[in-house]
Design a protein around this ligand. Sequence first.
Ligand code: HEC
Length: 275
Amino acid sequence: MNLWKPTLLGSFVLIAIYLFVSAPPPLETAIGHGISGRTVEVKRMFDTVDGINSATRTLYTKRIVGAGLKSGMKFGEDWAEPGVDKGPLPALFLRLVAAELEARPPRLGLYLGSDEPINKSNLFNVLQAETFAAVKADRAPHFATIEGIGQVGLYPDYASAAACVSCHNDHPDSPKTDWKLGDVMGATTWTFPDSEVGSDVYLAVVEALYHSIETSYQAYLAKVSGFQNPPLIGPLWPEPGLTVLPSSAVFMAEVRRLSAESVLDNLVLLEKTSQ
Ligand code: HEC
């Protein structure tokens, strides 16, 4: 048993309790954009949600899809079709999360775009393409204000595993067939109407994202329950010879653990700006 994990988690919980419970009154009374001046640039919020999303993407790609494939489970583009016993590919899981987010009030938009997409609906439009060119040039996030949308943040999506390269190069709909490891294949794109956010909005957005991830994972588990040979759902993660899936609670605890740092970093910043 790895002892440092619960301890680290414990200290995060303590900081969180400090921030939520003992924070001075403006945290409760600030409405909208933080009357007390307790606001951060939307870029900070994008950093946080991108941290949560990349932690989720890595977790889902490695421990669900990667490990699931080795245990005999299947994943594909046609996963949602009736009678198909498969789970969503990572890009499609992200799209589920994006659709869930869209249905929620904080108005945070999420989109995985590219200039060489497999799916044409993931092609950046002219305005986004300009910002994406900058992302590709220095492999760092870039931000823009786009009329009618508001604030936009593009974060590089790297070919971080051999599977990214081979699947995209071999895909019949891929316009590009010479992707290499480490290439910027696209960008996780975040949109939000306002350029500054108060702590209340920040927390609402973070919770809306966690909730969207949870409902997306639950949609996958719901599909799995109709499989001919459904894997057991409980505390364990798939591994060779073990066809199981973590329950929604277990999956989300790991998502929150892996992303706690990026959430708290910016919460601390929100605290500081008010002093
Ligand atoms: C098994 C195949 C497969 C693997 C592995 C895979 N992808 Fe994809 N990816 C797809 C498919 C199919 C789509 C289109 C999904 C859709 O309809 O939106 C896609 C979509 C994308 C997009 C949006 C643009 C587009 O091409 O439509 C990006 C960016 C992307 N993938 C990057 C990655 C990265 C980075 C990795 C590795 C971490 C990866 N993919 C792994 C199949 C794969």
